[in-house]
Write a protein that binds this ligand. Structure first.
Ligand code: HEC
Ligand code: HEC
Length: 413
């Protein structure tokens, strides 16, 4: 009896251990495979959504937008279309020209300043100084020449690319390109403005959100007035049940998933451009409802940096400069160092002076800039009054605008 009792205790312990070990193995196995399982789940889910979207597309959309999404003449624009997906065939060249033009402005300003010093009758420079100034001007003029060469090279490259895309241009890529060719000869800055505003479909229609939002909003509300722009079409209808159309929200999402699935990222080719039968035209007035404005960046520096990373927010120095000069009036104060630190040299100054201060140990340049812009009271630059720089910029700008401004300031060496 005694022996039996012990045996059964031993047996139970053994069974307990076996079960415990078994469970640990199971937990471990699930943990190891969870990530892969989730990914494959997401893939299957997205895959099914795309499949359902493809069926809806074939029955409801292809008659106007074409079976393969290339669009048709005066009927509807192509959706399987690099321009719609934000692939700008001359984007690199346009950016190079814009940057070189900006450098030219800076160099010419510097030359003007030196010339003014050289010819200052009130305060004539010494002969040594005159020679130094002349040497400096010669150096700057060599740089001007380099920038001009860079601009000419990029302009030529851009024309070559546009020539290979002639069919696409005829089919509506870069509308008004003809008028631009004329300007091109005069080398007017308007050419750059044109390409900066027309390089992608979203820039062309002035859509601040992303492509998913653009497609979904278009599907929900349709484009009132678009039949006038596309004479062989009854126009883009409002498809959502919320706007009196036939589709549920999940079906609209399936359609968007199908369309976005055409994206080739950086791998769009000239053939893809030429395959599009009709590019998007300028919109009829008021036909595109704007998205609700994106939330402001706020003043939580760590949170902002994390969102930038998760949402892959990338700043554009070109937009940043406009926001800095115009929309937010930063230049009004940050002009010459009198009432606020000078814009020129911001990046250098932060790297060499601010970040060597103990309280900024471990800071990145971005981090310092975000903090200066959204929480100016946290640290006040020596020699300037506290409370002068407005404290509410974080509430007035979006993540994207803040990133643009930071990108611009990072170019200020
Ligand atoms: C009767 C023809 C017609 C049908 C059917 C149609 N569309 Fe359109 N669609 C248009 C026209 C025309 C435009 C251009 C609107 C404009 O320029 O404002 C357009 C624009 C769009 C756009 C925006 C493209 C851009 O570059 O601005 C999307 C996205 C779109 N349609 C998706 C769809 C989907 C998805 C379906 C099927 C549910 C569909 N359309 C059915 C005619 C149609
Ligand atoms: C009303 C004047 C004023 C305006 C407008 C203003 N600032 Fe400032 N800013 C200051 C002053 C003064 C300082 C230095 C004192 C301080 O640190 O707060 C400063 C400091 C900074 C610094 C830190 C510079 C350094 O060398 O460490 C940055 C970056 C900055 N501002 C960016 C901006 C941006 C971006 C805008 C526009 C969105 C802006 N400022 C608008 C007055 C202004």
């Amino acid at each position: 009896m005694n022996i039996l009792f012990i045996r059964s205790i031993e047996g139970r312990i053994l069974a307990g251990i076996t079960m415990f070990v078994g469970m640990m193995i199971l937990v471990g196995w699930v943990a190891i495979n969870e990530e892969a399982r989730m990914q494959s789940f997401v893939r299957q889910h997205t895959g099914r959504s795309i499949e359902r979207g493809a069926e809806l597309y074939a029955s409801l959309c292809s008659e106007c937008h074409g079976e393969e999404g290339y669009g048709a003449g005066d009927r509807a624009p192509g959706l399987n279309n690099p321009h719609l997906f934000g692939f700008d065939p001359v984007g690199l060249q346009t950016a190079a020209i814009t940057n070189a033009n900006r450098a030219l402005v800076r160099l010419n300003k510097e030359i003007d300043r030196l010339l003014a010093e050289l010819t200052d009758a009130q305060n004539p420079p010494t002969e040594d100084r005159q020679n130094a100034i002349l040497a400096e001007i010669a150096g700057l003029e060599a740089q001007v020449e380099e920038q001009n060469i860079a601009i000419n090279a990029a302009v030529t490259e851009r024309i070559t690319i546009l020539e290979t895309l002639e069919t696409a241009v005829e089919n509506g890529l870069f509308p008004l390109w003809d008028t631009v060719v004329d300007i091109e000869q005069t080398g007017d800055n308007e050419v750059e403005v044109f390409f900066n505003n027309n390089g992608t479909r979203l820039a062309q229609v002035g859509w601040a959100g992303d492509l998913h939002g653009y497609v979904v909003t278009t599907l929900i509300h349709g484009r009132p007035g678009s039949a006038r722009v596309y004479p062989n079409s009854t126009g883009m209808a409002a498809w959502s049940q919320t706007a009196g159309g036939p589709l549920r929200q999940d079906q609209i999402e399936d359609l968007a998933a199908y369309i976005l699935n055409w994206d080739k990222g950086e791998n769009w080719t000239t053939e893809d451009f030429i395959a599009v039968a009709q590019y998007g035209k300028p919109l009829a007035d008021g036909s595109l409802p704007s998205e609700p404005p994106p939330p402001p960046a706020g003043d939580n520096v760590a949170g902002i940096l994390l969102r930038w990373e998760l949402e892959a927010v990338v700043g554009s120095a070109v937009s940043g400069e406009m926001l800095y000069d115009q929309e937010f009036g930063c230049t009004d104060c940050h002009r010459d160092g009198a009432s606020a630190p000078d814009t020129i040299g911001t990046a250098t100054r932060i790297r060499n002076e601010r970040l060597t201060l103990p309280q900024f140990a471990g800071y990145t340049l971005e981090q310092y800039l975000i903090e200066s812009i959204t929480r100016p009271g946290d640290y006040v630059v020596d020699g300037y009054s506290s409370g002068l720089m407005p404290v509410n910029f974080g509430l007035r700008m979006t993540d994207q605008q803040l990133a643009d401004i930071v990108a611009y300031l990072l170019t200020q060496e």
